[in-house]
Ligand binder design. Structure first.
Ligand SMILES: Nc1nc2c(ncn2[C@@H]2O[C@H](COP(=O)(O)OP(=O)(O)OP(=O)(O)O)[C@@H](O)[C@H]2O)c(=O)[nH]1
Ligand SMILES: [Mg+2]
Length: 245
């Protein structure tokens, strides 16, 4: 199946060259779409230079308001338009191992809408994370799965492969999350619309060695607020307008 890897980037100049080179080696049959939000550190320019050198890499440089969710959605729409059949996503900071990418992609089939690289299934894990990040991620995931009635252990992992056929049924332009809540929102919509099964495959997440994290309290708060709101809307029947479509 024709596959593309979407890589959202913001100020990843210290990682992008090594990252793209590694993915090209480990997943030679998968095209790459870097979606950058006009990073001041010139990530997009470096990616464009590498695209010319390595091939099968496109760079989408966004100049509108920055955001992980909006960048991912724009890239997904572009990937659907380009008729890819599998659309994977991955961080540029080596927290996700490029060697695992082809496995996640290979697990997408006509029954499977989403394959999640999961830290919380047997064989998965996290290394080098502070106790605070571990607790936040683990409890955040338990809370999200409870609120959204998802049987998923890792709703917030950004290492994924989607079937494009499933994504076509989602109104991507009208989703609500700005930050990483987008990841829970996508799993929630796929489950609610019964677009196919959601499968978890183990990954070991490694904390970034270079560059800065874009995680902040606004993004954490957004996740908490949206997940809680969707959970209430699911249970009360009222407030249906809050449910993503
Ligand atoms: N285009 C775009 N990409 C973003 C934005 N924010 C984060 N990213 C990218 O999304 C990926 C994940 O962001 P990180 O900052 O690594 O967030 P994180 O993995 O939750 O945090 P750490 O584990 O601390 O690194 C990275 O490739 C970032 O460069 C954004 O606003 N726009
Ligand atoms: Mg990261």
């Amino acid at each position: 199946m024709r596959s593309v890897l979407i890589v959202p980037t913001y100020n990843e100049a210290t990682n992008i060259e090594k990252f793209l080179t590694q993915v090209r080696t480990d997943a030679p049959d998968t095209d790459i779409l870097v979606v950058d939000d006009n990073s001041p550190d010139q990530t997009a320019r470096i990616a464009e230079t590498l695209a010319a050198k390595l091939g099968s890499i496109k760079v989408l440089n966004r100049t509108s308001q920055r955001g992980y969710a909006a960048a991912s959605r724009d890239a997904m729409l572009k990937a659907i338009e380009s008729r890819y059949e599998v659309i994977a996503t991955m961080d540029a900071d080596f927290s996700h191992d490029p060697k695992v990418l082809t496995k996640l992609i290979s697990l997408v089939d006509s029954e499977t809408a989403l394959v999640i690289g999961s830290r919380y299934v047997p064989g998965g894990g996290v290394t080098n994370w502070s106790l605070f990040r571990r607790v936040l991620s683990k409890w955040g995931n338990l809370y999200t799965a409870f609120c959204l009635r998802l049987k998923i252990k890792d709703c917030t992992s950004g290492f994924r492969a989607y079937s494009a056929a499933s994504l076509k049924n989602i109104d991507l332009a009208n989703l609500t999350a700005d930050g990483y809540a987008f990841l829970s929102e996508m799993a929630f919509v796929i489950s609610r619309k019964k677009l196919g099964s959601i499968v978890e495959s183990p990954i070991v997440y490694v904390d970034r060695a270079f560059g800065e994290s874009k995680m902040n309290t606004r993004i954490m708060r957004e996740s908490m607020v949206l997940v809680t709101r969707w959970g209430f809307a699911l249970r009360t029947g009222s407030g249906r307008k809050y449910l993503p479509r």
